[in-house]
Design a protein around this ligand. Structure first.
Ligand SMILES: NC(=O)c1ccc[n+]([C@@H]2O[C@H](COP(=O)([O-])OP(=O)(O)OC[C@H]3O[C@@H](n4cnc5c(N)ncnc54)[C@H](O)[C@@H]3O)[C@@H](O)[C@H]2O)c1
Ligand SMILES: O=C(O)C(=O)C[C@]1(C(=O)O)C=C[C@@H](O)C=C1
Length: 367
């Protein structure tokens, strides 16, 4: 592919897209721009981009493909800047923002300049930010939502997917309103709730610091996302405000119902509340990378014995399997522990499972 690609916003997502596209099309030159000179410098020295642009004015008019990967409020500002620049006729512009209605509304104004704006949102990520956290395989097997407006020709959609197929994500088309409703429900509302839980514990922790130290697997699992970039999430909330106000009202209603069950000591209702949620959660597609399961995790029962972690890692290393994360998550009856191993792909996970069972380790996957 001999196209000039410009990535605006060199953070986790911009960097990961740059790495994936570079891997998929080794001959392509990727230029990066970031408002932060440090991010530009780091992206260049980590070889995430080939060249760093010092201004949009210089680079945007030369680009065939522009990917805007900034927080959503900045995306609106970047589009405003692009609206005032001479852009290459027929060029493709896309974004990666977590909200789509306001971005697509603004982005489609670019189409009047003879370019094609297609909103996008890769449904994978991390609580980490910055180019140093970027990974070439971040989007592998994840859904990549595209929100084209009616005036976008099919050929341009195909061209964009051809560029982005290097991510090995699965493309799906949605209209911006449906996107924001779905993303609100499965990503934005959970983020508010996770941060709310952290606040609630912190409040008690001010007087009784022991509570934070005791916070174990469950609390950590449901609140991991609260460690994400506050600026990015501020923008997401403000750009999906109406949807989230409705969802918060529904959430409060549901919590009132739980409160009532508790006040009335309604055993059956409490049981059903958990049983129905369990059935739905257990039925979610497992092992697929995407909005709900960003990593390929394997749990391993291990004896509480010195050297057990190096034994497990050695077995995997002998088979050339890389572990992306390893964590001891709980102790069982003082004699057993559980290791959570994360892998880059389903193949690695399956092979790891086979190799570990050959060595008599008991393994299981998250439901
Ligand atoms: N983090 C995730 O899990 C995730 C997943 C999917 C989509 N997204 C979306 O991707 C976008 C980027 O998120 P991220 O996690 O990469 O954030 P990040 O904080 O890692 O990177 C954002 C980068 O944009 C730069 N930037 C900000 N304003 C700019 C401007 N006006 N011009 C040029 N550069 C500017 C910042 O300096 C920073 O380097 C956001 O819109 C977010 O909603 C995030
Ligand atoms: O895995 C995480 O840490 C994420 O928060 C990723 C996540 C999500 O909510 O699933 C966050 C925001 C993005 O728009 C898409 C993906």
């Amino acid at each position: 592919m001999s196209k000039r690609i410009l990535i605006i916003g060199l953070g986790l997502i911009g960097g990961s897209l740059a790495l994936a596209v570079k891997k998929g099309y080794p001959g392509t030159t990727i230029t990066g721009y970031d408002i932060d000179p440090q991010a530009r410098k780091l992206a260049k020295s980590l070889q995430v981009i080939d060249d760093a642009a010092v201004s949009l004015e210089d680079e945007a008019p030369e680009a065939d493909i522009i990917i805007i990967s900034t927080p959503v409020e900045s995306t609106i500002q970047v589009i405003n800047e692009l609206l005032n620049l001479p852009l290459k006729k027929g060029s493709l512009i896309t974004d990666v923002g977590s909200t789509k209605q306001t971005v697509v509304e603004k982005g489609s104004l670019l189409n009047e300049k003879g370019v094609f704006f297609i909103g996008g949102h890769p449904m994978a990520g991390s609580h980490k930010s910055g180019v140093e956290a970027s990974r070439e395989r971040l989007f592998e097997n994840a859904f990549y939502i595209l929100t084209p407006t009616e005036d976008i020709p099919v050929a341009k959609m195909i061209q964009l997917q051809n560029v982005l197929k290097a991510t090995r994500a699965k493309f799906i088309e949605l209209d911006p309103e449906t996107h924001d409703r779905f993303a609100g429900l499965i990503s934005h509302l959970p983020h508010i709730i996770a941060s709310g839980l952290v606040h609630q514990v912190a409040k008690t922790g001010e007087k009784e610091p022991l509570v934070s130290q005791l916070a174990a697997g469950g609390f950590r699992d449901v609140t991991r996302i609260a460690s994400a970039s506050p600026g990015m999430w501020r923008d997401i909330l403000l750009h999906n405000r109406e949807t989230l106000l409705t969802m918060l009202a529904d959430w409060k209603q549901m919590m009132s119902e739980v409160e009532k069950m508790l006040v009335e000591r309604d055993e059956d209702q409490i049981y059903s509340f958990f049983a129905e949620a369990k059935a739905v959660r257990d039925d979610l597609p497992a092992k697929k990378k995407g909005a709900l399961l960003p990593f390929y995790d394997l749990f391993v029962d291990v004896p509480d014995h010195p050297g057990v972690i190096s034994d497990v890692t050695a077995i995997l290393a002998q088979s050339g399997i890389s572990i992306t994360n390893i964590r001891i998550i709980e102790a069982r009856e003082d004699i057993m522990g559980v290791l959570r191993l994360s892998f880059r792909s389903e193949e690695d996970l399956t092979l790891a499972k086979a190799k570990l069972s050959e060595h008599m380790y008991e393994t299981y996957e998250a439901p």
